[in-house]
Structure formats: structure tokens, C-alpha cells
Design a protein around this ligand. Structure first.
Ligand code: UFG
Length: 327
């Protein structure tokens, strides 16, 4: 069975990717430092604990498993933290990715799927965001991901590293079988925070800013279900293994939801009150981020099936109620 090295395989998106890889006939090998990941999220293949900055450890893992490709999810991903501690993001995300990319090239593992973000586009209000839009990140998280994209291009020219870059919009939902799900410590994301507020695990939700230039004054985001998102990664892997060239794909649905709309739908799906208050803006937040591309559908044949807001909240709620990691 062909092995795929999945960095960050113990995290939210990486663990779902491991499940999708296994279902597609690959053996996912998780490489994770467990700084933000969970050991018991590694359920679908071998686990190798390690830090991306540890080149000797990476070389050992490549030699042991001889993966046919890398899926690189491991990263720090909190926009707010990246504004107050940018050094952590440049070191972990950028220097860590450099170490990984050099190790992959040295091992002759030349197919690379990279987890990037719409945060690389920055705040381009009113602009339709396609893969060809200019990238002007407004936070260190987005800047670190843009730098890694550039690194991949340079390594392709010099060493032939072929890559698919996925720029995610807002990932939400969970495995409908609740084997894995979303759990961050600390949690900063809207939907899990809201579900915590709904079932009383947290006092209430604060809306970060009600004076944005949007119809209801709150930020607009394009939410995509994590199961649909990881399905695109399997398609991206097969794209590379089929000999097709490096490519960038946005992963979003093209539909924007305001914070107030997400709150309203959560109340409807869970049939509970959502306790919330209105607060000030959060540093680093863009007004509106919505994908304007259907390249992934047209070229990869990606067909999102669970990315309605109701389904994402329902699946997240099921995981919230039934799933858990030992912590
Ligand atoms: N929000 C609130 N209250 C909260 C948490 C979030 O109002 O307690 C709002 C945010 O201001 C934002 C929206 O809900 O408008 C979504 O916020 P999230 O934190 O869930 O997601 P972000 O849009 O900030 O971030 C996500 C990913 C990042 C990625 C970014 C791209 O988590 O990794 O999308 O913008 F970089």
C-alpha cells in the first residue's frame, strides 16, 4: 500500500485527511509534534512523533516509510497569535516547511500537497478572489503561508518538486462518523466556540465587530466542510501522481455567511438559544473572504457534497456531543 506522509496528521484537518487517504487506498503516516495535535486523533495509520525543524528525525521517517508523497498540514494557524508573536509563525511555519521540503527532495519524494489559506489574499474587499488574485496578507499567519508557496515554486524550478497548493477558506464541520473532529486548545474558531456556548461549556459568544461594511455589520466568510476539503486533497494527490503539473486551487463554495447568519443557523440546527454579546473588532480580521473560483470543480472534478451551513453545523454538533479526545 503506497504511503503518504501527513504532517499535522494529529490535527483537525490532517486527521480527516488521514481518514480520506485510508479510504482511497493509501496508508497515511502521521508526523506530528503533538504541540497542537492529539495522539488519539491518529487512527488510520502509523504515528511518528517529531518536530518539523528536526531534519535528522525527518530523514529517518522518510527512510523508514518511503512515502510516495507528502501532505503538509502541520502549522500554527491562529491569526491573532500570529500578530502578537510573528517569530513563532516564521520559525515554525516557514523554517519548518523549508526543513520538510529539503528532506522530501533529499529522499526523492517529489509530489507535495500543501495546505495554504485564503488569508494569503488579505483584505481585498469587493474583489472576486481567484487563484490569480494578488496576495497581500494582512497578518503574519497569511504571510508565512504565502512564503511557503513561493518556496515550493523555487524548489520546483531547482529540484523538480511538483506541488498542489490548496488555499482554504473557512474549514468547518467534522467526520459524520465522529471518529475525528475539531478540537483546538485554546479554541478560537467561530463554530466550535458557538457550540460550546450553546451547551453551556462557555459563558457565551462575542461577535467580533458589528461595524463592518457588510449588510448586517459582521464579517463574511466562505465555509467549506472538512470532509469535502480533504476529498479535494486526495484528488490533488492523484492529480500529481497522474503526472499533471503543479497547480493552485481555492477551496471554498463561493457562498458567504456573516457571523450573524452562522449564529442564526446554529440556533436552528441545534434547536437551542445561542447566547452572544456584541464586541469590538479582532485584530487581523478581513471584512469578507469568499472564493470566486470553480477551478477545483472544473479541473480536479471536486464535488463538495456536505458544505451547506446546516450540514456543517449538524456534523460539528454531533462530534461536539459524541466525540472526544483524551486530554
Ligand atoms: N468570530 C467571532 N467571535 C468569535 C470567533 C470568531 O465573531 O469568538 C468571527 C471572526 O471575527 C470571523 C468569523 O467569526 O469574522 C470566523 O472566525 P474564525 O476564527 O472561525 O475564522 P477566521 O476567519 O479568523 O480564520 C480562518 C482560519 C484561519 C485562516 C482564516 C482565513 O482559522 O486559519 O480563516 O481568513 F487563516
Amino acid at each position: 500500500m503506497d504511503r503518504v506522509l501527513v504532517t499535522g496528521g494529529a490535527g483537525y484537518i490532517g486527521s480527516h485527511a488521514c481518514k480520506a487517504l485510508k479510504a482511497a487506498g493509501f496508508l497515511p503516516v502521521t508526523f506530528d509534534s503533538l504541540v497542537t495535535g492529539w495522539r488519539d486523533a491518529v487512527r488510520f495509520g502509523p504515528f511518528e512523533e517529531g518536530d518539523l525543524l528536526d531534519r535528522a528525525r525527518l530523514d529517518q521517517v522518510f527512510a523508514t516509510h518511503r512515502p510516495v508523497a507528502v501532505m503538509h498540514f502541520a502549522a500554527l494557524s491562529q491569526v491573532g497569535e500570529s500578530m502578537s508573536d510573528p517569530g513563532r509563525y516564521w520559525r515554525n511555519n516557514v523554517a519548518g516547511s523549508l526543513t520538510l521540503i529539503e528532506a522530501a527532495c533529499a529522499a526523492g519524494c517529489m509530489d507535495f500537497v500543501f495546505s495554504s489559506t485564503c488569508a494569503t489574499y488579505g483584505d481585498q474587499d469587493g474583489v472576486v478572489l481567484t487563484e490569480d488574485s494578488p496576495q497581500h496578507p494582512i497578518n503574519a499567519y497569511g504571510a508565512s503561508k504565502r512564503a511557503i508557496e513561493e518556496m515550493l515554486r523555487d524548489f520546483e524550478v531547482a529540484h523538480g518538486l511538483r506541488h498542489v497548493i490548496f488555499r482554504y477558506f473557512n474549514v468547518a464541520g467534522a467526520d459524520p462518523e465522529a471518529e475525528v473532529g475539531e478540537f483546538h486548545q485554546p479554541e478560537t474558531h467561530l463554530i466550535p466556540l458557538m457550540l460550546d456556548a450553546i451547551d453551556g461549556r462557555r459563558a457565551g459568544l462575542t461577535i467580533f465587530g458589528t461595524d463592518y461594511d457588510t449588510p448586517d455589520g459582521t464579517c463574511i466568510r466562505d465555509y467549506v466542510h472538512v470532509m469535502d476539503l480533504v476529498e479535494a486533497h486526495v484528488l490533488g494527490l492523484n492529480w500529481l501522481r497522474g503526472g499533471k503539473g503543479s497547480r493552485v486551487f481555492n477551496l471554498g463554495t463561493g457562498h458567504g455567511f456573516s457571523v450573524r447568519e452562522v449564529i442564526a443557523q446554529s440556533g436552528a440546527v441545534t434547536n437551542r438559544e445561542v447566547p452572544f454579546t456584541e464586541g469590538g473588532r479582532r485584530a487581523g480580521d478581513c471584512t469578507r473572504l469568499v472564493s470566486g473560483s470553480s477551478r477545483a470543480e472544473a479541473e480536479l472534478g471536486w464535488r463538495p457534497t456536505r458544505s451547506t451551513m446546516g450540514q456543517m453545523i449538524a456534523d460539528a454538533w454531533r462530534w461536539h456531543q459524541n466525540g472526544h479526545y483524551d486530554r
